[in-house]
Write a protein that binds this ligand. Structure first.
Ligand SMILES: [Ca+2]
Length: 519
């Protein structure tokens, strides 16, 4: 296949080669050398998307008309890790947890602007040390808008900040290259990934393919634009919960007594900040300050997913053609979820299911039986240990996560985590969402808000999977709630998380329509 895109790609790569040798980061010296684990060193491709929620894949049926044939095939012939979560539902913190296997309060990349601490070790550095050729393509988005090569990669192609869908510019091993404006970002970096694999397929390689898709402002490849614009919208059950509006203070009951509990919050006891957010940058009634209607944005989001799926399919076809498909481990994951109407919200950041759950698929016929479904709770901090495991390396001592390779391989694993912990730190740019900490088991979820006068939340996910009835004040659940709060603080105390990381603000506010362009 020779398209204009490929010709341009090839030319650009050729130009960049001298820079590649000089500009790409050399393997770090002085970092730990984790022990070999005896596994055959495999090729690994880790595909990361941006803001793709856990259930917007064709085979899941949430959106009946959404087409994702490549993801469907990965699930059908590989593994669907259906309870996959992030530790913080925001791009930069989650990306840093993927790369370091540390919690957000440990790596301290707490928001999308914070600078990237110099002391972090990224898991691809261990792969380089073990003789792997490593490459990064796409959105790094960690540590301001810096697009320069980062440690751990022999070949680097990074976007600046969020990157763009069209008019793409890529920093290739230290040198910025502009592409023809009509070329689509996912198409370009998929081509370059295939070029890299083609040049390195005789060596063990690791590719970190990080799409700009499917982040706002949502956009599709030329062949997919408009394909869903006449499709009916599926609204989630909690779209109109909470009831819009908050009682005006002072608020009293019929006997003149001040309202409290459900009298104040309403029968479902939804937090006031959630009700407020409905009419904000991240709420369905004023999303992105009215830039586009909710329904248009949702359809565009789905077109962005199908566009990216086309590229994933093309990469998988290439692997098959080259005979690399059976032994290469391919992992697909989203960097955080995305709320589409649940609780009247859009966006991520919260600890609600739509925000904290991510899509995760693993494909490697030599390791994984077709149609494998993993029920255990897997997290972003498990990616580093898992990739290293597949590359024949044990996990590094800093790492908080664990390899889920035995889970997708169908092995019985004892002692796997039975709860996950969550943290999100209030961000200056988008002040609508407070600081959130919490804990979730396979049955219950506890959510605590810091810095606002509001209600905490407790849900029974077995009877209320859409989180519509807050049980925080139920007398019969108080012992369970108290125990989970204790576990949450044990986790924070045990991992140095009892101080909230505070970062210097970098930019003017962007998303607070009441306080624009003020410090
Ligand atoms: Ca993201």
């Amino acid at each position: 296949m020779k398209t204009n895109r490929c010709v341009l790609s090839a030319a650009t790569l050729a130009l960049a080669l001298p820079g590649m040798l000089q500009g790409a980061a050399a393997p770090a010296s002085g970092i730990e050398r984790p022990a070999k684990n005896g596994n055959k060193p495999r090729n690994v491709i880790f595909i990361l998307s941006d803001d793709h929620r856990f259930d917007f894949m064709g085979f899941m049926g949430t959106v009946p008309w959404l087409q994702t044939p490549a993801m469907d095939k990965m699930a059908r012939e590989g593994a669907h890790i259906r309870n996959a979560f992030v530790t913080t539902s925001l791009s930069s913190p989650s990306r840093c947890s993927i790369l370091t296997s540390l919690y957000t309060h440990e790596h301290t990349v707490v928001d999308n602007q914070a600078s990237q601490p110099a002391n972090l070790v990224f898991f691809p550095q261990y792969l380089q040390q073990a003789g792997y050729k490593t490459a990064f393509f796409g959105k790094w988005h960690m540590g301001t808008d810096d697009d320069m090569p980062r440690p751990g990669f022999d070949h680097w192609e990074g976007f600046r900040g969020q990157g763009t869908y069209y008019n793409v510019m890529i920093n290739i091993n230290g040198k910025r290259t502009k592409f023809s404006p009509e070329l689509f970002s996912s198409d370009i970096i998929t081509d370059h990934t295939i070029d890299f694999i083609d040049a390195n397929k005789k060596n063990p390689f690791f590719v970190y393919l990080s799409y700009k898709s499917v982040h706002s402002p949502f956009d599709a490849s030329p062949s997919r634009k408009g394909m869903y614009q006449d499709k009916p919208i599926v609204y989630p059950p909690s779209f109109n919960v909470p009831h819009y509006g908050i009682p005006q203070l002072p608020s009293k009951d019929a006997n003149g007594k001040p309202l409290e509990g459900r009298g104040w919050y309403g029968p479902d006891r939804m937090p006031d900040w959630v009700k407020n957010q409905r009419e904000s940058w991240h709420g369905v009634d004023y999303q992105y300050h009215g830039a586009k209607p909710y329904e248009t944005d949702l359809r565009n989001y789905c077109e962005a997913i199908t566009s990216m799926d086309d590229d994933i399919g093309r990469l998988m076809e290439y692997l098959k053609k080259e005979g690399l498909d059976r032994s290469t481990l391919v992992i697909y994951m989203g960097d955080n979820g995305f709320t589409w109407g649940e609780h009247g919200l859009i966006d991520k950041r919260t600890f609600y299911e739509s925000s904290v759950r991510v899509p995760m698929l693993a494909y490697c016929p030599e390791l994984i039986k077709p149609g494998t479904v993993v029920d255990q709770m897997v997290q972003n901090v498990d990616i580093g240990p898992t990739v290293m495991d597949a590359c024949g390396i044990g996990k590094a001592s800093q790492m908080r996560g664990s390899s889920f390779l035995p889970l997708v391989g169908g092995q019985k694993v004892s002692g796997w985590r039975d709860r996950i912990f969550y943290e999100y730190y209030w961000e200056y740019d988008y002040p609508q969402t407070p600081t959130v900490i919490g804990v979730r088991t396979d049955r219950y979820k506890y959510i605590r808000y810091l810095g606002v006068w509001d209600t905490n939340e407790f849900y029974d996910l077995a009877s209320d999977p859409h989180e519509t009835m807050n049980l925080i004040d139920k007398p019969e659940l108080q012992d369970t709630i108290k125990a989970m709060v204790g576990q949450m603080y044990d986790w924070l105390e045990g991992s140095g998380g009892m101080q909230i990381p505070l970062k210097r603000t970098i930019k003017y506010k962007e998303g607070d329509h009441r306080n624009k362009k003020v410090y």
